[in-house]
Design a protein around this ligand. Structure first.
Ligand code: CDP
Ligand code: CDP
Length: 227
């Protein structure tokens, strides 16, 4: 059977990664969390005190970065490695989350990540989630989904996730972060977050993960049959 590319784009906290993981598992496809790449670059820039506003410094810093996903058989997932070090444990805290949209708006950073993402998807059979997958990375993806949901619902989901991890925060801070990132991601000059013309819109506000996965899987199976 032919393999396809599934692009899941949308706002923060809609359930893109969770859905992409399950859909990839069901189809025996590779899941690629492109947000992890922008987070890993942000982590590297902060660790090395890179001046985001200086394009020369940014380009030099990117030259020294290698990113790859290494499969962790225990988790059944690829984990992001920065220069051969697993940085998964360091990239999902509030410190990185607050800065990532600024780093992801830099042209050189986007070019760097997009080239890597296109290489990862060259043999198809991938479920890739992000902000610009259907518009820029794989504009010819066979299935494009644009996810959205009410901001409070998304923030409550994120808050629960953070509390489960023992991170101290509150609903209004999480809402502020999500609104700020959505704004920065949608209004930036380079590859802003927007729905691809041919994307299917899925509002996940009232959906459970199970329903969400079933709906995307259903769409994917139809596309696979046609391909
Ligand atoms: O999971 P969450 O929605 O918090 O975010 P993420 O998917 O980990 O992405 C973190 C940030 O990376 C986003 O807010 C965007 O600024 C950026 N990003 C992007 O610009 N393009 C992508 N393809 C993926 C993420
Ligand atoms: O990748 P994205 O930022 O779009 O969202 P995610 O990281 O997959 O999901 C954020 C949180 O919302 C996770 O803890 C999910 O389990 C939860 N979620 C949920 O409870 N119900 C949904 N329908 C979608 C996501």
């Amino acid at each position: 059977m032919n393999k396809i590319i599934i692009a899941l784009d949308g706002h923060a906290g809609c359930g893109k990664s969770t859905t992409a993981k399950s859909v990839a598992k069901e189809l025996n496809y590779v899941f690629i969390d492109t947000g992890a790449m922008y987070r890993a670059v942000t982590y590297s820039f902060l660790e090395n005190d890179i001046d985001f506003a200086d394009p020369t410094e940014v380009s030099k810093a990117l030259d020294a970065i290698s990113l790859k996903f290494v499969f962790n058989p225990e988790k059944g997932l690829g984990e992001i490695h920065l220069n051969d070090v697993n940085v998964e444990p360091f990239i999902r805290n509030m410190n990185i989350t607050r800065r990532v949209s600024d780093v992801a708006a830099i042209k050189e950073v986007r070019q760097f990540c997009v080239i890597e993402q296109q290489k990862m998807g060259k043999d198809k059979g991938i479920v890739m989630d992000g902000r610009d997958i259907g518009t820029v990375v794989f504009p010819t993806a066979e299935l494009k989904v644009f996810m959205t949901a009410d901001v409070e619902v998304r923030a409550k989901r994120r808050l629960k996730e953070m509390e489960d991890k023992g991170e101290k925060t509150n609903l209004s801070d999480v809402i502020a972060d999500i609104e700020n990132r959505d704004y920065l991601d949608s209004t930036r000059k380079e590859s802003p977050l927007k729905k691809a013309e041919d994307a299917v819109v899925v509002d996940t506000s009232g959906l459970t993960i199970k329903e969400q996965v079933a709906s995307i899987l259903n769409l994917a199976k139809k596309k696979i049959e046609l391909s």
